[in-house]
Design a protein around this ligand. Sequence first.
Ligand code: HEM
Length: 431
Amino acid sequence: MHPSLSFDQAPPISVPYRFFLAAPWFGVMAGILLAWSGPDAFASRWTPEALALTHLIALGFMLQAMSGALFQFIPVAVGGNVWRPRLVANAVQPLLVLATLFLVAGFLVGRPGLLSAAVPLFLLAVGGLVIAVAIALWRTPATGMTLWAMRMAIGGLAVTVLLGSLLAESLARGLPVPIIELTNIHLAWGLGGWALMLLAGVSYHVVPMFQLTRPYPPWFTRGFGPLLLFLLLAWSGQYFLGDLRWSAAIGLPLLVVFSAYAGMTLWLQYTRRRKIHDATSLYFRVAMISLLAFASSGAAFFLYPAIAVDPRSVVWLGVLAFAGVLVSAVTGMMYKIMPFLNWLHLQRLGAPMSAVPNMKKMLAAEAMTGQLRLHVLALLLLLAAVWLPALTRLAGVAFAASSAWLAWNLISTMRRYQTFRDQIRAVALHR
Ligand code: HEM
């Protein structure tokens, strides 16, 4: 067992699994939506389809998977005690599914009632999650930058959802708020303050542990989160003050901070002693290369505004961020966490260690790398489709297929758990 993990408080296996198993289906929906809508979807960031796709991935895929990971990670890695995890998960997860479907349908059909209906559901679901997780994160006696990054990320999630709710209500009721400015603040907190902050915090812990690298240097972990938070506050402040002269002066350092995390993770992978090329390491590599591409494209748009005039340039950034960074990193993590949880929970059934199959038996390596290849193909097609609209439907089909394959792989992992569990119980009965 890893020295910095404690499994005494680990929640029942159904708690993380109900989130993990739901996540890929939102990817399937996103792919089908894109294939069905065709080239118009990527015409600009404001098309109903682009907004629906953004939130199918941000809330359906990512928030589901990350919530599952939080329930597991907080007790095990930072010693926090989430209150009644099964009860909270059983309430939060279906509410999140429903809220996401309402919001996405609201964007697509332009019905104000659907957007308004999504808001209280999100406030309830995310409110419950944030409160349960925040109490656990503040009460734990643990210390360290993983913990601080997670605390900041939970704050980032709360800000994102509150701003998203305000935006949705404003669109539904025609409230006089500056929509574009608020959207730009909302997306910065969603991508930077929530998703990337959490990813980095979790990486400090799991990249050295699962990918056998050296640890992230302390100067890096101490600097990354606070700097990111400071820059996000500055980014938001400029919109509140209505003074956008500093946009590039804040945006460029923000992109440098993003690149520093990507560069450091790639460097740690490159300099590790044992070269392993499992799906998790490769998925992380895809995510970090996408993050570097996101940061350099963003910097080019700041420095040469003429190329950013094309409305598709922001869509290009969106594809890199969502399909390139977030879906890749989250999938890579799930491929490591699920086999590990299978092994952990089987081992806790009290069978002798020799009776518990090792992690490699939980999901075939070829199934993961095959799905990874399809995901990379889908990502390349999505990026190409931003500039070559004729490829949009094909990209959508590829993304739906890769997400369906992911769903199948995760279901197979869960089934393996059930099979091995039943075998161990049967042997125990006959002893
Ligand atoms: C938690 C993760 C979330 C992330 C990462 C996220 C991300 C984004 C992004 C990137 C955009 C800009 C889309 C574009 O420019 O094409 C956006 C816009 C928007 N989001 Fe979110 N979002 C999140 C949650 C939410 C929630 C919970 C709601 C509603 C309750 C919401 C409602 C909206 C609305 C209404 C817009 C603007 C639509 C418009 O101006 O036409 N978001 N979001």
